[in-house]
Structure formats: structure tokens, C-alpha cells
Design a protein around this ligand. Sequence first.
Ligand code: HSE
Length: 306
Amino acid sequence: MASKITVKAPSSTANLGPGFDVFGLALNAFYDEITLTKTKSGITIITDGNVPTNPEKNTAGLVVKNMKKKFKIKEGIEIKIKKGVPAGFGMGSSAASAAAAAVAFDKLFRLKLDGNSLVEFAGSGEKASAGTIHYDNVAASVLGGFVIVKTNPLDVIRVEPPTNLRMCIAVPDIGVPKKKTKVSRGVIPKKIKFTDSILNLSNAAAIVAGFMKKDLELIGNSIKDVIVEPARQHMIPGFTKVKQNALKAGALGVTISGAGPSVIAFSKSSSNLKKISKAMSKGFESTNTKCQIIICKPSKGAINKK
Ligand code: HSE
């Protein structure tokens, strides 16, 4: 059995508007790399990133600890984390590390776990950064493509995204709170109007149909969220303008990427992605906010790095 393995896992966007905590899409923008090496005992973490090195407080560390316990593995493990997914963008940074750790552990000890089990272990690591478990980002990072997360019991459905789907992501240069996801989950209403839930449900169902039918217009025009986006948008300076501008420039749908603060526009490969990106930058400029633009495609899931 090999004593060392490296797995890389992609960044992701969660929610896609009305699919809060349910939808995820893997993005080829950034990748985290995790190398697991067998040692005599304990769990140690080495990293070039600005992440905790205490296994209890580190997403990858927590995944390894939980899997080690579950499968009664006596050997020690060194976790080397090469951070590629920037934290605080809303692009599943902690999830990418958790996903890569779960897949690497599975391969290192030849556990041959199924997709749902890998997602479940990866999700247990997400708790270290988000405070609560949600599987949308980790499911996308583990499995790749577009994912729908059913819970109780956990069952992730993966759909291959249309090949001509492109995303323009504008990442505002603003300070984000330390526990950003926890903070942005705190502003979501505890009670919602029944009519709003119907609207979000209809749009979420249409997004799924859009992915199944590879219909980009249907995906884009269904990215409408009347529950979470209105509650969170005040945390993103110029959000309304950025969204309006992107839609005017030809984007099919625009929303917050995960817990933010990035704004994500969904488009076709044939549309003018530079025009959409510029329009989004101008939207942020209207509130004197600089932003970074990332143009990306859907990604495959976590894979062994040979
Ligand atoms: N669904 C999550 C949220 C994704 O929006 O809070 C971020 O981790």
C-alpha cells in the first residue's frame, strides 16, 4: 500500500440563487491540494496557507480525524495543505480542502467509499469553518459538476453541466468578517412568506430542469432568489448595480456566490464575457470598490494528482 497520496479538489459556487444549501457547482478557477503521508502516530498539519494548524480547527484536519476514528486507523497522518482556493471569496475554500482530504484518505487506505460517504466526511470538516454542516460546496468539490444535495438521509445527485456554461465572478476587495459564512448565515430570516418559498421552489426546480436539458437560458432566467439574496445583499457594496450591469451586458443570471461577497454571473461561452466582466467592475466602481474578475468553467471533482 502506498504511504503517501496527493489529491486536488476544485473551488465551487453554492446556492445558485434559490438552491440555498442544496445546489453546488464545481468551478475550474482554483484548486486546493492535499498530500497525506502515513506517520507513526497523531495528526500533524503543514501548510503554506493562512489556515489553522490545529487539526480540530482545520477543515482537512477534522476530516482526517473523523475518518481515522471511524475506520479505526492506528497509524499517524501528516497533512500537507497547498491552498489554491482563496478564503473569503465565497468560492468554497474550506470545502475544497475538506473534499481533497476525504478523497485522499479514502485512496490512501483503500476504503473504496461511495460518493455520498465521501461527501458526508468532507462535510464533517466544513463544520470547523462554517459552524454548521452544509454539503453544497463539499459535494461539488468531491463529485464535480452540478450537484443537488438531499439530506436526511444524505443523497447527492450529480448532473453534468452544459459544456458551454461560463461564469464571470467579481470578487470585491472588501474586508470580510473572520467567520464570514457564520456571519452571513446569521442575517437570513428565520421565518419566510409561504409565497416566497413557492417562488424559490419553482425557480430551483427550473434550474434543475435547465441543467438536465442543457438549457442555459432556462438556468440563467431561473437564478432568482427572493429569500436569501435580499437578506444578504447589504453586505456587498453596489450589489444591485453589479447585478443590473451584468444582466444588461448579456449575462443570463446573476446572484451572490455562496455566502459572498463575490457576485457570480452565468453566461454562454459565446457571449461577450469581457463585456460582462467590465460591466460588473463598473458596478463595484460606482461605490468606489475595486474588484477582481475571474472567468471560469465547471470543473470535474477531486482527483488523484499523479
Ligand atoms: N449555502 C452556504 C451559504 C454556502 O450560503 O451559507 C456557503 O458555505
